[in-house]
Design a protein around this ligand. Structure first.
Ligand SMILES: NC(=O)c1ccc[n+]([C@@H]2O[C@H](COP(=O)([O-])OP(=O)(O)OC[C@H]3O[C@@H](n4cnc5c(N)ncnc54)[C@H](O)[C@@H]3O)[C@@H](O)[C@H]2O)c1
Length: 320
């Protein structure tokens, strides 16, 4: 059955891939984005290239904090618009709260007024902080975030819970674990490392290389989001968190070696101190996502890095 879906953050990395997947399966999609200058507008315009020509896709340049959303006839909202990134959130905590928390309140309030009862929200593994035992399970309290970004995502989840309780919305909060793949945000480590190693420049490695991340390939993240969208069709009044991870812990030094191998270049590593706000480990417990969403990641880190590097090399020179 085809649906009418509104996606915020549609010109971004995950949003643009998700819109493509929804259009491909027959949904009608309205994409919203304000081209936030966190990274270049031209990059986001390119993210939308494949969608611009597609029927069943309409794009609106709008700010979720300040402008009304076109919700007429919409059945599901996928809310991905945000100020992303842990480290930059230390520079502008109030700005992160405004978009990620107030912005989410506006989206939820607009949805309930328009009687859109189904919402998928893009949350983050960073909500688990440093004290959650690994692998991180959704049942953990996640009450000790260590960056303004993480705090903003957890606050937005709590707000979603209140809306589900008060108005009978059904909301899935997806806790994405470092998503990567073609069109990945340029600020994220895999993209930055690839860019520097490809150009023969040294990479700054924060910490001793032993930190570990659970990396999620973009096609897996999109499958998780589509499954969550379908999950919202069930009973009203539920707000549930779901981990969307890759299922493996990858050490930072291994990640660098994999990128170097895919590029055919030896990385030149400059050690640097740990970054404040960054957690040492992320690891997803995927049992709930598998049980309730049928989510099972399929692209491992070696294959994913090869595909990312292939994309990087194909687009290099076109990127700003
Ligand atoms: N990429 C990851 O690894 C990752 C991990 C955890 C959570 N997330 C979350 O997933 C979502 C998508 O992340 P992404 O990596 O695609 O980021 P992205 O920056 O590529 O996409 C977010 C989009 O939101 C838009 N936006 C920002 N403020 C807006 C506003 N006020 N009004 C309208 N649009 C606005 C931006 O212009 C951008 O295009 C975000 O909520 C992010 O916090 C991402």
């Amino acid at each position: 059955m085809s649906r009418r879906v509104l996606v915020t953050g549609a010109a971004g990395f995950i949003g643009s891939h998700l819109c493509e997947a929804l259009v491909a399966r027959g949904d009608t999609v309205i994409g919203i984005d304000n081209f936030d200058p966190f990274y270049p507008r031209a990059t986001k315009e390119r993210n939308l290239e494949a969608l611009r020509g597609a029927g069943r896709f309409r794009f609106l340049e709008a700010d979720i904090v300040r402008q009304a959303l076109p919700l007429d006839g919409v059945e599901v909202v996928v809310h991905l618009a945000a100020r992303p990134g842990v480290r930059p959130s230390l520079e502008d905590p109030a700005g992160y709260m405004e978009v990620n928390v107030t912005g989410t309140a506006r989206v939820l309030e607009a949805a309930r007024r328009a009687r859109v009862a189904r919402v998928v929200f893009g949350s983050s593994s960073s909500v688990y902080g440093e004290t959650t035992p690994a692998p991180f399970a959704e049942t953990a309290p996640a009450a000790a975030p260590i960056s303004p970004y993480a705090a903003s995502k957890r606050a937005a989840e709590l707000l979603a819970h209140a809306f589900a309780h008060l108005y009978g919305l059904r909301i899935a909060c997806l806790r994405f674990f470092t998503v990567y793949g073609p069109r990945q945000r340029p600020d994220l480590a895999i993209h930055r490392f690839t860019d520097r190693i490809a150009r023969g420049l040294p990479v700054r490695r924060h910490g001793d290389g032993s930190s570990e991340r659970d990396y999620t390939y973009i096609s897996d993240a999109v499958h998780g989001a589509v499954a969550a969208l379908d999950w919202t069709e069930g009973g009203a009044g539920m707000c549930e968190a779901f981990n969307i991870g890759g299922g493996d812990r990858v050490r930072l030094d291994r990640l660098l070696a994999l990128i170097g191998r895919a590029l055919g270049r030896e990385p030149v590593v400059e050690p640097a101190p740990d970054e404040p706000g960054d957690v040492h480990l992320t690891a997803a417990d995927l049992r709930r996502s598998e049980r309730e969403l049928g989510y099972r990641p399929t692209v491992g880190i070696e294959e994913g890095i090869r595909q990312f590097v292939r994309w990087y090399e194909a687009t290099h020179g076109r990127e700003s």
